[in-house]
Design a protein around this ligand. Sequence first.
Ligand SMILES: C[S@@+](CC[C@H](N)C(=O)[O-])C[C@H]1O[C@@H](n2cnc3c(N)ncnc32)[C@H](O)[C@@H]1O
Length: 255
Amino acid sequence: MSFMRVLQHSKILRVLSRFYVCLCEKSEIIHRCIRFLIINTIASHYVRDPHAYWKRKGKVYYNEEKTTVLDKLRRQNLFFAKNIKRLNPRVLCEVGCGYGRLLKANALVVSSEIVGVDFSLPQLLNAKKYVGSNNVHFVLATAKALPFRNNRFDVTYTCACIMYIPPNEYLPSINEIIRVTRRFVVHDEDLEMSRHYFGYNVMNTYRKMGHKIISCTPTLDAHGCRKFVIARLDKGEQMNMVENPTDSRISDTLG
Ligand SMILES: C[S@@+](CC[C@H](N)C(=O)[O-])C[C@H]1O[C@@H](n2cnc3c(N)ncnc32)[C@H](O)[C@@H]1O
């Protein structure tokens, strides 16, 4: 696009945004309607292809977070690391690790082997740079099909990942996380549905499956329905399951 074209477009955008601001000032209802339309368009676009969304978003996600919510994230990292340390894992996994801020925080307090899983390659490439620890391996995979043997991890956690998973993949993903985990699952997720993403009552899901909730607290700095949940897995006989030889290795898919 030529420079003149860009200028023309930006002029049109400026006029449109002024018009929008005028409308919003005139009527709160118009403002709400427009917001509702915009948010729903974004949401339906997301639902059509979450993977494509995160592949795109993964390229800018780290920079956006760095410049907007750094303080909040620092506090959340410390909170997470403190809680994960208490669970004393030998092998730890984060599903939906993004650019790896929590992996990095946890790697400072536990000496365990740590695995970060995400289905967005750009996020994982950023994570590999950002985390910079030999203890941490990265695996490109989706939550509903984790390439690990049963009970591979002592603790698996997610933070703001499950709430982005569409309803038809929610239970398959939770079941996969339970399958690969031996002792504790930790979630920091929205429990309620909101306009931006899906919300699930993960606490109820674990309870219904017969696992014990050992902690459920409001998440630091977040709005009311976001909770930090720790479930202790009661796997009974499953704890002695024979390992599946086909998926018994953690691979660093990024080489
Ligand atoms: C909001 S970011 C949170 C990243 C990180 N947990 C944190 O708190 O900084 C959500 C991440 O979950 C990943 N994700 C979403 N759905 C996923 C799925 N079904 N399988 C694997 N990763 C997923 C996205 O690619 C993205 O990196």
